[in-house]
Design a protein around this ligand. Structure first.
Ligand code: TXA
Ligand code: MG
Length: 387
């Protein structure tokens, strides 16, 4: 039973993983842990008091269900003692588990009914996934029970992809954070419902729809989420309860450039004392200045600052008299969509930290790959969309 990713025998009691596992077994305060998507805020999914601790720490509405995390198929089978895994998921989990895919299953009853009711928020289904992170799977194995875990951000904030992000939002409200460094994927798991026909993607995420379509039974999968700002939209309550809330938002106002629209010269005029930030995903171009544009580039001074996998360039826009009119912050996430997904939440948080008032973000072209997740998160974070 010690065939878990990181140990061949139990870790010593002072090992960080052992400390985290002990806290998960005994405390009602949640424990943050890394996964390959984003940091999760975990509690033993079989203990009601512990699961309630997650909602309290996050300030999460109690009608928004949590995803259950298992380390292996043996633990999954505990939910399915009589029924077994529905056929529709078999090929899919072989292909994508462990990894960023969450499947919905009927809430088990009888012998399989081990989940605390708070996990499922009164729904008839629950979401479950097997994370790729070896740390995450080892931790769950050590606890010996599945972990319920939402993303470890305060509700409405961008999801955490570094331990520091969790500390920023939840310091003092949780038991501990297991620091596993940067999350490799950077956006959350894809949530799918294969219990209905046709099957539905409830949240785009780390596994692209084009990949799902290659699985038997999923050729006709439909999108069951809505991207375009829910504000004022009366039709269609999203089926993943979490998708109806304001989400992923930094303090700064986010302006999203859609449909291939790129930041251009003159988009930033300056004035008003605002700190203006850019997140670029296309080729670099000069965007500040208007009539003064030709002089701006040499007047942008300042050095790059390490911000994880990207660099934030800082500068100022000056008027003719050399007076500072606007501070500028500039992040380039590169043109590879996986890199954009990896750095997106960290960039939003870093620009917040550096005092941005407004963040202009270049979208990526909306594909059936991880780009769908990037654009979904950005549309939810944006208070203005420009086409
Ligand atoms: O990558 C991830 O999925 C991360 C890591 C920590 O595993 N977790 C995560 O959890 O993103 P959370 O709670 O932030 O988002 C879960 C989403 C929410 O939109 C929730 O409404 C939806 O999944 N969800 C969970 N259970 C559901 C169910 N039974 N039916 C419909 N939607 C469900
Ligand atoms: Mg979340």
């Amino acid at each position: 039973t010690w065939s878990i990713p990181l140990f061949t025998s139990p870790p010593e009691e002072h090992h960080p993983l052992a400390i985290a596992a002990t806290a998960l077994k005994s405390s009602n305060l949640p424990v943050a842990f890394p996964t390959e998507t984003v940091y999760g805020l975990g509690a033993d999914a079989t203990r009601s008091e512990a699961v309630r601790g997650i909602y309290a720490a996050k300030g999460r509405p109690s009608d928004n269900p949590l995803i259950v995390h298992v380390p292996d198929l043996d633990m999954l089978k505990r939910f399915l003692p009589d029924t077994g895994l529905p056929e529709i998921y078999k090929e899919m989990i072989t292909k994508f588990w462990p990894g960023p895919l969450t499947i919905l299953l009927p809430v088990p009853t009888g012998k399989g009914g081990i989940l605390a009711p708070e996990v499922t928020a009164g729904l008839e289904t629950f979401g479950v996934r097997m994370p790729a992170s070896a740390l995450a799977r080892t931790l769950i194995k050590l606890v010996g029970n599945p972990l319920a875990a939402p993303s470890a951000n305060a509700s409405t904030r961008p999801s955490p992809t570094k331990a520091e992000h969790v500390l920023e939002d939840l310091e003092g409200r949780i038991e501990l954070i297991l620091d596993g460094g940067d999350c490799s994927v950077g956006v959350e798991s894809t949530v799918v419902d294969g219990l209905c026909s046709p099957p539905v993607v409830l949240r785009p995420g780390g596994v692209g729809i084009e990949e799902l379509k290659k699985c038997k039974g999923w050729e006709g999968v439909v999108k069951g989420y809505k991207d375009h700002s829910e504000v004022g939209d009366k039709n269609g309550t999203p089926r993943a309860p979490g998708m109806k809330y304001k989400h992923y938002s930094p303090r700064a106002r986010v302006v999203l450039f859609e449909g291939g629209k790129r930041l251009e010269k003159g988009d930033v005029k300056g004035g008003g004392g605002e700190t203006v930030a850019f997140i670029r995903t296309g080729k670099w171009r000069e965007v500040a200045g208007g009539s003064r544009s030709s002089k701006v580039e040499e007047r942008i001074r300042g050095e790059g600052e390490e911000g994880g996998s990207f660099v934030v360039k800082q500068g100022v826009l000056l008027d003719e008299d050399g007076k500072e009119i606007t501070k500028l912050l500039d992040v380039d996430l590169g043109q590879d969509v996986k890199g954009v997904a990896h750095g997106l939440f960290a960039a939003l948080r870093e620009l917040d930290r550096l005092g941005a008032d407004v963040i202009f973000v270049e979208g990526v072209s909306d594909g059936d790959d991880i780009a769908a997740a990037v654009m979904n998160r950005l549309r939810k974070a944006a208070s203005e969309i420009r086409h």
